[in-house]
Design a protein around this ligand. Structure first.
Ligand SMILES: NC(=O)c1ccc[n+]([C@@H]2O[C@H](COP(=O)([O-])OP(=O)(O)OC[C@H]3O[C@@H](n4cnc5c(N)ncnc54)[C@H](OP(=O)(O)O)[C@@H]3O)[C@@H](O)[C@H]2O)c1
Length: 393
């Protein structure tokens, strides 16, 4: 059951209807009257069954013909959600070359606890390319895949169980509750995406869509890792990979949300100033210094690079190491982020006050047509903060 954000919904059982793309050749067909705004329909394509709502504003038009009629057609005056959308899709695992632009992907159906978001901006995460490479095949959703975890956009349709969100709300979130366990087949690199309400939060005031898209998966990972490590006020932390999507937020959360006594972080030479601006008391240039040889040890080491033994050498006796990737070395642990709109809501005050800032890579935002370039750049492992895709058509 889903609720269209409409004022009127009518059931029509009219003259035979036949739906085709606007540019198809139908000499004897007649365009329906302009009072028909939308039409619910179902059809099949290579991406499965397309169900949706046709509107006169979409790339499709509604024609009357003498061919067989569907059993019924639902017409409403709701806002225009087209039946199909533009999206990036891959049908096989592999390098960036498997990414294809498709302008005829079905707009996803929503479940009772979901909303449909008109995507304003999306962001890439390393998990997007690791998934595309087939590293998580065993627990992935079936191909073809529309990639993308992070989204910021506007709610255009709500499911019947949705309590806290309504049409027009500006929201952001990581659309996959469990990053590796059955992530959604239809992700955020599309005009529309369907997301559970509990994974979303209202976009913080004063933060635009590009900035909001730069946050969800990375800030949730940063927060969950610090919490799981038992980080609290007065403790020290060393962040490995301080200039990356996750690291740039670990520095800020540790300093401004958890009340760290000291934050140290690593990056290459050109990014040291960024680390300091985010709140690092000590910025370590990994091209010149070995952090593991420093006499100072830390209560928590947050390793967003995958430095195993070296990371474990930098922790105090009784301390903890968070490993996001690579080998897990005692006393460390690894976890996989759980998407949680509640975490975002909790952090909204820090984002609205400017204490915590999204870091958007200055090479972006990348236009929707440049998704392949955006992936290629992320895959260099040199991105600063987040690689954001905007605008979405
Ligand atoms: N387990 C989970 O739930 C989870 C969640 C999120 C991310 N992850 C994983 O965590 C890792 C980081 O994610 P991310 O989104 O932060 O990646 P990212 O944004 O792509 O990281 C790029 C950054 O890494 C820095 N970097 C690379 N090598 C470094 C080194 N040896 N020392 C210090 N910094 C280095 C680069 O800075 P320089 O150019 O200065 O080297 C660059 O700014 C990825 O492997 C990702 O898959 C896991």
């Amino acid at each position: 059951m889903e609720t269209l954000l409409s004022s009127t919904t009518l059931q029509l059982k009219p003259t035979p209807l036949h739906l085709q793309p606007f540019n198809s050749f139908f000499p004897k067909e007649t365009l329906l009257s302009s009072s028909v705004f939308e039409l619910k329909y179902s059809r099949k394509s290579k991406l499965g069954v397309h169900k949706g709502t046709l509107s006169q504003g979409s790339a499709f038009k509604v024609f009357a013909s003498s061919q067989a009629a569907p059993a019924s057609a639902e017409v409403s005056t709701s806002s225009s959600i087209p039946p199909s959308m533009k999206a990036w899709v891959y049908s096989e695992y592999g390098g960036v070359e498997v990414l294809k632009f498709d302008d005829n992907v079905a707009v996803p159906e929503i479940k009772d606890d979901q909303v449909l978001i008109k995507v304003a901006a999306a962001a890439l995460n390393p998990i997007d390319f690791k998934r595309r490479l087939g590293k998580f095949k065993a627990t992935d959703s079936p191909l073809p895949t529309v990639p993308g975890y992070d989204v910021a956009g506007v709610v255009v349709k709500v499911g019947s169980q949705v309590k806290g969100l309504k049409g027009g709300d500006e929201v952001y979130g990581d659309i996959n509750e469990k990053a590796l366990e059955g992530p959604k087949q239809f992700g955020s690199l599309a005009e529309y995406t369907a997301v559970e309400e509990k994974l979303l939060a209202l976009k913080p005031k004063g933060i635009d869509f590009v900035q909001a898209a730069a946050l969800p998966l990375a800030i949730e990972t940063a927060y969950e890792g610090l919490e799981r490590a038992g980080f609290s006020a007065g403790k020290s932390v060393l962040v490995l990979g301080g200039a990356g999507g996750v690291g740039s937020l670990v520095i800020q959360l540790a300093k401004h949300v958890f009340g760290a006594s000291k934050v140290a972080a690593t990056s290459s030479t050109g990014k040291l100033e960024l680390l300091r601006s985010l709140g690092a008391d000590l910025a370590i240039d990994y091209t010149r210094e070995n952090f593991e040889d420093l006499p100072e040890k830390f209560d928590v080491v947050y390793d967003a690079v995958g430095q195993g033994e070296k990371a474990a050498k930098a922790v105090k006796e009784g301390g903890n190491v968070v490993f996001l990737t690579g080998a897990v070395v005692p006393p460390g642990f690894r976890f996989v982020v759980t998407s949680n709109g509640g975490t975002l809501t909790k952090l909204n005050a820090f984002l609205e006050s400017g204490q915590v800032k999204p870091v958007v890579d200055p090479k972006g935002p990348f236009a929707f047509s440049k998704v392949v370039e955006a992936f290629s750049y992320l895959e260099t492992n040199r991105a600063t903060g987040k690689v954001v895709i905007h605008p979405i058509p």
